[in-house]
Design a protein around this ligand. Sequence first.
Ligand code: IVH
Length: 710
Amino acid sequence: MTSAKLDKGGELPPSLPDAAAEHAGLSEEIRAHDRRYYQDDAPTVSDAEYDELRKRLNALEAAFPDLVTEESPSQSVGAAPSEAFAKVRHAVPMLSLGNAFSDEDVEEFVARVRRFLQMKPEDELKITAEPKIDGLSASLLYERGVFVRGATRGDGAVGEDVTQNLRTITDVPERLAGDDIPERIEVRGEVYMSHADFKALNERQVAAEKPVFANPRNAAAGSLRQIDPEKTKGRPIRFFAYAWGEASAVPSETQFGMVENLGRWGFPINDEMKLFDTVEGLIGHYHAIEALRSKLGYDIDGVVYKVDRLDLQRRLGFVSRTPRWAIAHKFPAEQATTELLDIDIQVGRTGALTPVAKLKPVTVGGVVVSNATLHNEDEIARKDVRIGDTVIVQRAGDVIPQIVSVVTEKRPESATPYSFPTVCPVCNSHAVREEGEVVRRCTGGLICRAQALERLRHFVARGAMDIDGLGDKQIEAFYEWGQIREPADIFTLKKRDEREGALTSLKNREGWGETSAKNLYAAIETARSQTVDRLLYGLGIRHVGEVNAKRFMRHFSSIDALRAAARAAVPPDRDVKGDKGNEAWREIVDIEGVGAIVAKAVVEFFQEPKNDPPLDALLAEVTPAEMEKRASGSPVSGKTVVFTGSLERMTRDEAKAMAERLGAKTSGSVSKKTDIVVAGPGAGSKLDKAKEFGVEVLTEDEWLARVGEG
Ligand code: IVH
């Protein structure tokens, strides 16, 4: 398993930036697992390990509600587009929503919005509240009022072209009605299936001896993503419009008004969308919708709140991939009671031993559950979970089920407290818990088959080196055969295969033939020049998920440059007040989005002598390509910008968010690499430094003029 979040089960990052960095890495990681699970049908971690990641994420979010994002556990089955469909790059990314789980979270959301906008208590702030439909989002593009293209959300940036399938949905108008329809508009909303239609569909599936769908959401997704649109046609899927993306014009100043427009133009919109100007109003409507839930006839999993004024939405912008102007207030999770049959121990990439509860299958919220996470040793002890116990299981959205508690009255007399193994069930090495850690780890390192395999799997996976033909089974076979034990071995495989007698030629081995061997070698050759951020991600450094890998490689030109900085880095000495670490450390930690925890993980990885030989061997085999550049075209894209002093026309957060939207990097400190310092009144040492380094200095007005917002 990937990461380290487990290590710090209880301990939380000291500050929001640290937590944010960890959160971003973790979210990326979970998304990568989702992709492998949902799309490739080839998960690389156990459910329990996956749960650990999610649990850590939940803990972070509970402690730092600002972090709550949709990439996190809650609802989205974050799967990138499948190869079976043409890809559609969304002109405006399809984002997800942060979550609120309590009234306090909602209060905090509203307070945050007000703070960000520097509103006075008496200033009015209207917010819409509407059901959160439990389906999958879709984007429908209309040109001159005619439906021309439809796509799934995919990973938010790129979705699947499902135009023909969407055309079969009666709720999706082929042509819009009205005299104020924008020339070009992309309408967004949710594709879903009603309870009645779901039931009927499953009955038909049974009759046809086909597998049934677990829930209406899966049924809607499966139906929309049929390769043959004729098949979609027979499926009763529906659509609610609630948002829009790219638009040549937005003929309203408010969310509410614009959704009403969508209704007028011909889309079904939800009757339960209402407008409020107090938190009490929002929460009141949440409960009203909750009360209606069972009568709606379709699944909803919460209520979405959105700031009504579009100019305010624009100012609020986004953090990571969720809007600051909206949040999803989730309904509580669903629960059921069942029997715990056994406890399985799984070993992950970092050697973490993760306990998984094997349950007597039970239906929870429409899904049959037979595994649940037990997180770790302490958790088992804390809940005193014993084999044979009757337990309460809970699942929320797509989260892997958890055990909430034991029904002790039903405990059989024979049940004894569970004793956690102290040796690795895979390699028999000692399994130890380091001080302050909740996780027991196998000390076998690479001699532990489980760990070595997990690392290799991660390296070749999608999102990382993406080597087709090296799936889990193949990695395992090559490992057993002794041909691939570390990443570099992948790239020397062909040479060894060609050296006569060195290995039984791959093409003659069982499961392989001339073509598949040739294809594999071709895929490996291509991977040599995989982009450098993916290479970094593939190394499996703690907290370095896809997003953080990009952050590092946007800043450093190569892995070698990153390694040099990491090796030279001296983090601050906690006992020395005001110590900020040396320059190399600060260069790493000041990268936007990277905090002390991520920086530390990277520094530790590159400073660990054991990592050098495999890394050197690997670097000798690859010639990584530059990573894809992001949004170019803005006058500040690719530039590093530092904001200092007080800003008058916007808050610091707003300024940073704007810069990033325009493709700039922002940083907290000035160095020779800084391109622009935006200095407001009261700017101090950073301004001096900028002058010293000859960095361009702009006033706030000049900055706004530069980016065309002045
Ligand atoms: S607004 C930028 N409104 O929830 C925000 N989303 O958690 C765009 N969803 O991917 C989303 N009902 O699939 C919005 N009334 C609603 C929704 C809704 C369901 C889904 C949607 C989105 C996910 C985000």
